[in-house]
Design a protein around this ligand. Sequence first.
Ligand code: ADP
Ligand code: MG
Length: 313
Amino acid sequence: MAAIEILGLTKTYQVGFWRKRPKCALQPLRLQVEEGEIFGFLGPNGAGKTTTLKMLMGLVYPSAGSARILGCEINDPRMKAQIGFLPEQPYFYDYLTAAELLEYYGQLSGVDAKERKRRVSEVLDRVGLPNVSGMQLRKFSKGMLQRVGVAQAILHNPRVLFFDEPMSGLDPIGRREVRDLMEELKRAGKTVFFSTHILSDAEALCDRVAIIHQGELRGVGAVADLTSSVQGKVEVVWRGNTVLPSVKTLALDSSVTGDTVRAVVLEASQDALIDTLRRERLHIVSVTPLRTSLEEYFVQKLRPAEAAAGVRS
Ligand SMILES: Nc1ncnc2c1ncn2[C@@H]1O[C@H](COP(=O)(O)OP(=O)(O)O)[C@@H](O)[C@H]1O
Ligand SMILES: [Mg+2]
């Protein structure tokens, strides 16, 4: 069964004070996320990521379309107990302690009273806040509050997790910890759907990603497939301090750094180049097909007009 099925969800906000006019935040979106996947929902600011997540959470009413989570409609209370949500800017009561807050959320999501205390300290440990359960939240840094938000989302051991920009406000170590946590959730068989505009986090973590821009889905696929669209070019690196003229004629691009030479050739010229280097008894360090990075793919998808016209960087 698919964990999340988005069936044409659409959102148009009415903006303006006196004279309302429609603003399309999300064009009909169709997307399916399988159980056990880490799925990245990527897009620049204003793309429509939060709007999509809010509709899935039932916080905003869709203008059209529907969605199912674990086979249930989005307003089905049986399903709500199976999902966890980290909002983009979680806001908590200043004068509660982390433990009190989580205790409260545990009650709301029906965690058994006897279980609750143990679960609260377990998740605080898990998100890297083991010694602050008695501290009031007003004393927490932005990064610490983000961790409390993550703790709140996983407290009731849900099957599907929705995180809106989970790495925002975290330092590199904090980001790494959230990434590790997501991987751990995946190993435990959970489904994770998260939005981000930080591509490196998505590249390292996701089974599949979708890219949206201006409310429109621009691409979806496995990170490996999107980034392995080899451009038919190969990078060859060898020991040396000059680019031989015979190599220059084969190479699309070449450079010398210290005692290393790097050249990019078309796949078709790869054997000829390697033969030349062998004849010259030069030591070959590496031969690597060039891949499109997720960033390049992303930038291409954000510039559809130029991409369609065949303009490539
Ligand atoms: N409550 C709202 N009323 C009017 N416009 C909104 C509202 N929420 C979001 N928008 C607009 O919808 C678009 C998508 O916003 P959002 O979903 O927050 O994007 P993202 O999370 O990808 O940054 C933006 O242009 C934003 O200004
Ligand atoms: Mg957002």
